[in-house]
Design a protein around this ligand. Structure first.
Ligand code: UFG
Length: 328
C-alpha cells in the first residue's frame, strides 16, 4: 500500500514509517521537522518537508503521490503545555487535522489512522480503561484529539472514510539502538530519568507525591513504541472490515517512583530524585485495557516488561547522548 505518514520524522511516526517500509509498503513522510528529525525518516521513504497548515501543500502531496491510506501522527502532544497554552492545542491540532481530513475526502483517500490518546479519559471512572469508559478529556490536548476522532466518525458516516483511532497510553522505549526518542525540550519521564543517569541533568523532579496511588506518585501504562507500531500495521489491514477505536497499553501500571527505581537497576547509576509540585492536567492513574485490540486483531505486546522498555531506551540514549543531531 502507498501510505502518507504525517509526523513521520517524529518518535512514534518514524518507528511506524520504518515498519511500513519493512513490510513492503511505499511510504511518503510529511513533516515540518519542528519536533522530528530528518535522520529518523527511513531512507526508502519519500520525504516532504512541510506543514499541515498549508492546504495547498497537502493537496499537492495527495495529488502527486496518490496515497491509499493516511497515518496522522503530526501533532502537538504535551499534556502540561496544553494546560498553559490551551488555544495552541485546540487550534493547531484540530485545524491541521481537519485540513488533512478535508484533503483525504477530496482526493478519495478512504483509509485514515489517527494517533489519539489516553488523555481522552481525564480522571477515568474505572481502571483499567476500556473503550466504553466515558470520555472526559483531561486537558486541551486530549480535547483536541477527541474532536479529531469525532471528525473521523462523521466522515465515516457521510463519506465512507474508514478510520482507526488508536489511543496511546505512554509510549516509551527505543525501536533500536539507533532509533529512539529525541525531543527538544524533553519533558517525558523516561528520557529525562535516563539523562540524569547519563549525568546530563542533576536530578529528576517528581511531579507530586500526594496522589491517590500506592506510593503517592502518578501511575502510567508504558507501552513500547515497537508494540504501538505493530498495532498500526494491524489496524491498517483491518480497515476494510470497518472503522475501529482501540485503547493501546500493556495493562500494567507503574508509578513515577517505580520507573525511577527500575531505571536505577537497568543503568546501574545513581539517579537523584526530588519531589516537586504536581503538574496541572496530570491524572493520578492511567492504565489501559487493550482486550479489544487483542481479541479483534490478535495484537499482543512483545515488550510488556518495564525493564525491557527502559533497557531499549537506555541503549539508544547511551549510544546517542545528544540524539539524532550530534552522533556519538
Ligand atoms: N513526570 C515527572 N517528572 C518529570 C516528567 C514527568 O514526575 O520530569 C511524571 C508526570 O507527572 C506523569 C508521568 O511522569 O505522571 C509521565 O509523564 P510524561 O510527561 O512522560 O507523559 P504524560 O503521561 O504526561 O503524557 C504522555 C504523552 C501524551 C499522552 C499521554 C497518555 O506525552 O501525549 O502520555 O497517557 F497523551
Amino acid at each position: 500500500m502507498r501510505v502518507l505518514v504525517t509526523g513521520g520524522a517524529g518518535y512514534i511516526g518514524s518507528t511506524v514509517a520504518r515498519q511500513l517500509v519493512e513490510t513492503g509498503n511505499e511510504v511518503i513522510v510529511l513533516d515540518n521537522l519542528s519536533q522530528g528529525h530528518r535522520a529518523a525518516v527511513p531512507e526508502e521513504a519519500t520525504f516532504v518537508h512541510g506543514d499541515l497548515q498549508n492546504r495547498d501543500l497537502i493537496d499537492r502531496v495527495l495529488a502527486d503521490h496518490e496515497p491509499e491510506a493516511i497515518m496522522h501522527f503530526a501533532s502537538r502532544t504535551l499534556v502540561g503545555e496544553s494546560m498553559e497554552e490551551p488555544l495552541l492545542y485546540l487550534d493547531d491540532n484540530v485545524r491541521f487535522g481537519m485540513n488533512l481530513m478535508r484533503a483525504a475526502v477530496e482526493h478519495g483517500v478512504n483509509r485514515f489512522i489517527l494517533s489519539s490518546t489516553a488523555n481522552l479519559f481525564g480522571e477515568p471512572e474505572r481502571i483499567p480503561i476500556d473503550e466504553e469508559v466515558a470520555i472526559d478529556p483531561g486537558s486541551p490536548y486530549g480535547e483536541s484529539k477527541f474532536v479529531l476522532e469525532r471528525g473521523l466518525h462523521w466522515l465515516d458516516e457521510t463519506h465512507d472514510l474508514r478510520y482507526a483511532a488508536l489511543r496511546y497510553f505512554n509510549a516509551a522505549g527505543a525501536a533500536g539502538p539507533d532509533q529512539g526518542e529525541d525531543h527538544d525540550p524533553e519533558t517525558h519521564l523516561i528520557p529525562i530519568v535516563l539523562e540524569v543517569a547519563l549525568g546530563q541533568r542533576e536530578k529528576i523532579v517528581i511531579f507530586g507525591d500526594d496522589y491517590d496511588t500506592p506510593d503517592g506518585t502518578c501511575v502510567r501504562d508504558y507501552i513500547h513504541v515497537l508494540d504501538l507500531a505493530q498495532a498500526h500495521i494491524r489496524a491498517l489491514h483491518a480497515l476494510e472490515d470497518g472503522s475501529r477505536v482501540y485503547n493501546l497499553g500493556n495493562g500494567e501500571g507503574y508509578s513515577v517512583r517505580e520507573v525511577i527505581d527500575t531505571a536505577r537497576r537497568v543503568t546501574g547509576r545513581d539517579i537523584p530524585a526530588e519531589v516537586g509540585d504536581p503538574r496541572p492536567g496530570d491524572p493520578a492513574v492511567l492504565i489501559a485495557s487493550s482486550d479489544k485490540i487483542r481479541e479483534e486483531l490478535g495484537w499482543t505486546p512483545q515488550y510488556g516488561d518495564l525493564e525491557d522498555i527502559i533497557g531499549t531506551a537506555w541503549e539508544w540514549h547511551r549510544r546517542h547522548p545528544h540524539g539524532y543531531d550530534t552522533e556519538s
